[in-house]
Design a protein around this ligand. Structure first.
Ligand SMILES: Cc1cc2nc3c(=O)[nH]c(=O)nc-3n(C[C@H](O)[C@H](O)[C@H](O)COP(=O)(O)O)c2cc1C
Length: 357
């Protein structure tokens, strides 16, 4: 395979999603038929990366996108985790083999268009065909649970309201929120542009000012009902304004990093499948992540009220899903019809992601 062909495949694969658009990967072209993906994670400073698992899911999304992109050139891509590489810096060796007659994966057509929609969507119900296609999307090892009716969406809206209360008042989450938004931006190469966050321009201006310091955030939250406007705009209304919430549940506990990589493969298949069905999607991962902390018996915050709140949130989530407290959840999101978002995260150029020769 020529270097240009490998670069073209990587150029498409880099459109895979990652938490907060961190793009926790670098690419190394090792040989004409080999690419090494150098993964990393942000667990040391991002509470939402829960032991690197959100990054590992992004690695899975990238590997699956690479596989799908390669199929359009009649190439079969397979990967393996290089033994001995640390969990926090895994290397995935990707082998490309010519496979004459291989039909391109139909999901390839939407790799570039797939985008997160954080604003309210239409409540048009899913069609039976869309439901079936989403249920089949993750492949073996995962089941899909949908919350579609108005009472169910209202229950999710309450869950997300409670979740946002924790997210916005958790001091450990503040630096993450401060650093991931690119202000006054419609597109962002390495973060999330404020215009894709989902608040109106006035609230965005206020958020920008308030988020300059934790003291301002804390004061606003305590005395000026600072969490109300963002919670309504970012959580409550979008939770109602969609076709369905989708919970992807693994058949077995997610234990190793490779299990999370597989969950990432499945989530990207769900997201691309939604896109081929003309649906938009927004991950709603924080309740899954907070519940993981509760299951692991790990504190999220130095503030006891946050950890207590997380336990109550996890119990509410269990009740909603009809699940045991120790049941694993992999991915939670909402889907629906809407117009294309005007603002979005873009990506680092392939040249910026390349390491080595
Ligand atoms: C594992 C994972 C978790 C994510 N969690 C959230 C989330 O909780 N809320 C959200 O709005 N977006 C979430 N996202 C979406 C990313 O922020 C988004 O994919 C990234 O910023 C790139 O934007 P794009 O998908 O529009 O290209 C998540 C993505 C991944 C892969």
């Amino acid at each position: 395979m020529s270097r240009d062909l490998l670069l073209a495949i990587l150029d498409l694969a880099r459109w895979a999603p990652s938490g907060d658009n961190t793009q926790p990967w670098r690419f190394e072209i090792v040989a004409p038929d080999r690419i090494a993906i150098h993964g990393f994670d942000t667990r040391t400073h991002v509470i939402y990366d829960f032991d690197g698992h959100a990054s590992q899911m992004a690695h899975g999304a990238l590997l699956e996108t690479l596989r799908i992109a390669a199929s359009t050139h009649a190439l079969e891509a397979s990967w393996s985790l290089r033994p001995g590489t640390p969990d926090s810096a895994p290397i995935y060796d990707v082998l490309l083999r010519a496979a004459p007659g291989l039909t391109p994966d139909p999901l390839a057509a939407v790799i570039r268009q797939r985008v997160v929609q954080r604003r309210p969507m239409r409540t048009t119900p899913l069609t039976a065909a869309q439901r079936r296609s989403l249920a089949d999307a993750p492949g073996p090892g995962f089941t899909v649970q949908l919350f579609e009716s108005t009472p169910q969406r209202l229950q999710v809206a309450r869950l997300l309201w409670q979740n946002a209360g924790l997210r916005l008042t958790c001091p450990e989450a503040y630096p993450v929120h401060r650093d991931i938004i690119e202000w006054n931006a419609r597109f962002s190469k390495d973060r999330i542009p404020d215009q894709a966050v989902g608040v109106d321009p006035m609230t965005a201006k206020l958020m920008h000012w308030v988020m300059q310091s934790w003291e301002r955030v804390d004061f606003f939250n305590r005395y000026l009902l600072g969490t109300v406007a963002p919670r309504i705009q970012l959580d409550f209304l979008p939770a109602l304004a969609c076709a369905a919430h989708l919970l992807m549940r693994p058949g077995q506990a997610l234990a190793s990093p490779a299990d999370y990589v597989r969950a990432g493969i499945a989530l990207q298949r769900v997201w691309l499948t939604a896109a081929t069905n003309g649906l938009y999607l927004q991950p709603e991962m924080t309740p899954v992540i907070f519940r993981w902390y509760v299951q692991a018996g790990r504190p999220i915050s130095a503030l006891p009220a946050i950890n207590r709140g997380a336990r109550s949130l996890a119990a509410r989530f269990d009740a909603l899903a009809g699940a045991e407290a120790d049941a694993p959840f992999a991915f939670f999101c909402r889907v629906g019809n809407s117009s294309e978002p005007a603002a979005r995260s873009i990506r680092k150029e392939v040249g910026e992601l390349l390491i080595g020769s």
